[in-house]
Write a protein that binds this ligand. Structure first.
Ligand SMILES: [Ca+2]
Length: 297
């Protein structure tokens, strides 16, 4: 990155894991990718329940920061969807940091949206002071999850609806998009063969997750790097196309978190609050994998 170019100031809300078996390691990969990327400056990390419990996620984020040797402010957030709208240290820090730098900070949301929606509900100026909002979540086509709701949105449907219908330009990085890239055995071998401790450390927690996913998604031969794709949008937006979409989101019930595309012409007005977002439909997957892997060291 040429000198003098302003870094994007970001905040990451996340539910990271490395060592809990059968739980996704994608947040951890996204955080390491961002921490190694000169295009962004991480102003803070807030932890939400989701992929793992909030305390486990907090410990994982702490371990990553210690590994990298960076002191980034880290805060505990919501432990369940019952915490929506309640104050906690994550929500309070989010509100304060964003309101202290109006228009300057972009929020990357990689977990269920209880913290982010909480900040919006507790302080009405927060959303107007955000510089940008990137959300990993949602599925229009991905099998099963498009019907029952993608995990992040499903965990807290009310929070997801609050965030997606908020009056701010936002980008939604869906399962449909992220699943165009696959992390395979070849990528793991690349990490293992690197002569540095960080790559070997990453390979240790990636290997069991890859093994499980190779059984589940045997045709794909690997796992989908959901959160790193969303993180990449902040590192190099030029890899992504853009498409404005209008939809609504089921807030409750068995299918909470699932999306309903708006099609008023067919007589289906949005069931609940209308959501607007830039929803990229494709991205340069090879460029992404090259960039992502080049930073994991
Ligand atoms: Ca996540």
């Amino acid at each position: 990155m040429p000198e003098g170019i302003k870094k994007t100031r970001i905040f990451v809300d996340t539910d990271p894991n490395m060592w809990v078996p059968r739980r996704d390691v994608d947040d951890a990969l996204a955080l390491l990718f961002l921490l190694a990327s000169p295009e962004v400056e991480i102003e803070g990390i807030t932890v939400n329940f989701g992929n793992v419990s909030a305390p486990v996620g907090y410990a994982a984020a702490r371990e990553l920061l210690d590994r990298v040797g960076l002191s980034v402010p880290l805060f505990k957030g919501a432990e369940s969807k019952q915490d929506l709208g309640k104050k906690n240290e994550a929500v309070e820090f989010l509100i304060q940091t964003v309101n202290d730098a109006p228009g300057d900070i972009t929020l990357l949301a990689l977990a269920p949206l209880t913290n982010v929606a909480g900040a919006m509900l507790l302080d009405e100026t927060f959303v107007h002071n955000l510089g940008g909002l990137i959300v990993m979540g949602g599925a229009f086509r991905f099998p099963i999850f498009s019907f029952f709701g993608e995990f992040n949105f499903h965990c807290d449907g009310r929070a997801a609806a609050t965030v997606l219908s908020a009056p701010i330009a936002k980008t939604m990085i869906t399962m449909d998009l992220c699943s165009q890239a696959v992390f395979t055995e070849r990528h793991l071998t690349m990490l293992k063969n690197r002569e540095n401790d960080m790559a070997k450390y990453i390979a240790r927690f990636v290997e069991p997750w890859l093994k499980i996913n190779k059984r589940i998604f045997f045709r794909k031969k690997g796992f989908f790097p959901w959160d790193p794709v969303a993180a990449a949008y902040l590192v190099d937006e030029s890899m992504f196309d853009s498409a404005h979409r209008t939809f609504s989101l089921r807030e409750t019930g068995l299918r909470r978190g699932s999306l309903i595309p708006s099609s008023p012409s067919r007589g289906h007005p949005p069931a609940q609050g209308t959501c607007h977002a830039n929803v990229p439909g494709s991205f340069a997957t090879d460029r992404f994998m090259d960039l992502f892997l080049s930073r994991l060291k």
